[in-house]
Design a protein around this ligand. Structure first.
Ligand code: PMP
Length: 456
């Protein structure tokens, strides 16, 4: 690891900030209200600013650096590929693309053996929906309210939570329904079995009244991520499989965030023994070192496009640098038991510590997760479960979460905060010592959230 001084260069940091503020238009931000941290370097579970401050990355950036920062094998693979062949149109066969597709197909569930490459997650969702519509000849797509599927046109309309609102064109064919979530049950269920049964009955009713013959696909995050890491009750994902089969609906599981080790298995679907017809991935496939995503496709849907063209793809689809980094990432994850590490740290360290933290802090309503994929649902009041901030809170209304995040950052912990939740999503490579260090800092910072509860 680097000494703090290795990255300390305040003058350089000031220059980076000046150009950033003058010319960079940031995503998902009010440009005049943000103050982006200038980052000088990163390694493993940590990154450093230009003042030499070190941050433990409990966000994995946007939950994508599953293999940590600057993994030497992945960096070397990108360098080697750059020296050989930087770019090639998607229509050619190229060694690293072939190998990446095989390594992915060997790990995806069931017969998802054909891989369509994209540049990221939203584009994977767009193309999965396109495949489902062409395969079925139907147009509607059902998705859940508590979901995020990306920020491009179809993907943001499929997104169920308030991030959709500013871009909602009421896109033709998108229908939202409620997925299972016992802590804030839309079905007033009292236990997981009831939640599962009622959520499946609600989906059946939705399908019946939308008209099954008009529904191309149902898209679900196997474990919804930024909407709150809501692990589905046993039987739910398999129940949706059965419903899709009965009505000839394409089952799309979005594993952009949950895939590639995040949950302690290669794919979250593996926990539930379910195989979708299409599986979208991105992020962890190469830890985001070079933009990459894709769709894993069942034999039946692949056959639809055997004799007629699939009408989709972009100039950079399946980019050689991205594919080379995927090959190196997947091989390193297998060789270094990184998926197993995520499972063990989650079960033995993060899960137990978070449950213990929840008992002591009035702001922690519920702890949910598995692997290195956890959320703390922060509340004003544990009895009423009223969220600590309203959905989509901004400005003064978001003060409790902003103060909590600031307390984390002052202590050297970089959190992943969304609405009334903070997520504990370190790299899959996180060590026991790093996890404990971060959990202790989180514990301390939660007192800032406690102050805003009815108890505070
Ligand atoms: N689906 C899910 C489940 C995601 O979490 C995300 C990104 N957070 C996306 C799709 C969109 O991916 P991208 O930002 O790479 O387009």
């Amino acid at each position: 690891t680097h000494p703090a001084s290795a990255f300390a260069d305040p003058a350089a940091g000031a220059a980076v900030k000046a150009d950033d503020r003058a010319h960079v238009f940031h995503s998902w931000s009010a440009q005049g209200l943000i103050d982006p941290l200038a980052v000088a370097g990163a390694e493993g579970s940590y990154f450093w600013d230009y003042d030499g401050n070190r941050y433990l990355d409990f966000s994995s950036q946007l939950v994508n650096t599953n293999i940590g920062h600057q993994h030497p094998k992945v960096v070397a693979a990108i360098q080697e590929q750059a020296g050989k062949l930087c770019t090639l149109a998607p229509g050619f066969a190229v060694d690293v693309r072939s190998e990446a597709a095989r390594l992915i197909a060997e790990r995806t569930p069931g017969d998802l053996d054909k891989i369509f490459f994209t540049n990221g997650g939203a584009e994977a969702v767009e193309n999965a929906v396109r495949m489902a519509r062409l395969h079925t000849g139907r147009s509607k797509v059902l998705s859940t309210y508590r979901s995020y599927h990306g920020a491009t046109a179809a993907a943001i309309n499929l997104t169920g939570d308030p991030r959709r609102w500013p871009s909602d064109t009421a896109s033709a064919g998108v229908v939202h329904f409620w997925g299972p979530f016992l802590y804030r049950s839309p079905f007033h269920a009292e236990n997981e079995a009831q939640e599962c049964e009622r959520a499946l009955a609600h989906l059946e009713q939705t399908i019946a009244f939308e008209g099954p013959q008009s529904i191309a696909a149902i898209i679900l995050e196997s474990v919804p991520g930024t909407a709150g890491i809501m692990v589905p009750p046993p039987g739910y994902l398999a129940g949706v499989r059965e419903i899709c089969d009965r009505y000839g609906i394409v089952y799309i599981l979005d594993e952009v965030m949950a895939g590639f080790g995040r949950t302690g298995r290669w794919f979250a679907a593996d926990h539930f023994d379910v195989t979708p017809d299409l599986l979208t991935f991105a992020k962890g496939v190469n830890s985001g070192y070079v933009p990459l995503g894709g769709v894993a496709i069942s034999a039946e849907i692949a056959a639809t496009f055997d004799q007629r063209p699939f009408p989709g793809g972009l100039t950079y689809s399946g980019h050689p640098l991205a594919c080379a980094s995927a090959v190196a990432t997947i091989n390193a994850m297998a060789e270094e038991r990184i998926v197993e590490n995520a499972a063990e740290i989650g079960e033995n360290v993060i899960g137990p510590a978070l449950r213990e933290i929840a008992e002591r802090h009035p702001s922690v309503g519920e702890v949910r997760g598995l692997g290195v994929f956890w959320a703390l649902d922060l509340v004003k009041n544990k009895e009423t479960r009223e969220p600590l901030v309203a959905y989509n809170a901004s400005g003064a209304a978001n003060a409790p979460m902003a103060e909590f995040a600031a307390a984390c950052k002052r202590a050297g912990l970089w959190p992943f905060v969304n609405m009334n939740r903070t997520h504990v999503v370190p790299p899959c490579t996180v060590t026991e010592a790093e996890a404990k260090e971060g959990l202790a800092l989180l514990d301390e910072a939660l007192t800032a959230a406690d102050a805003h509860t009815d108890a505070g």
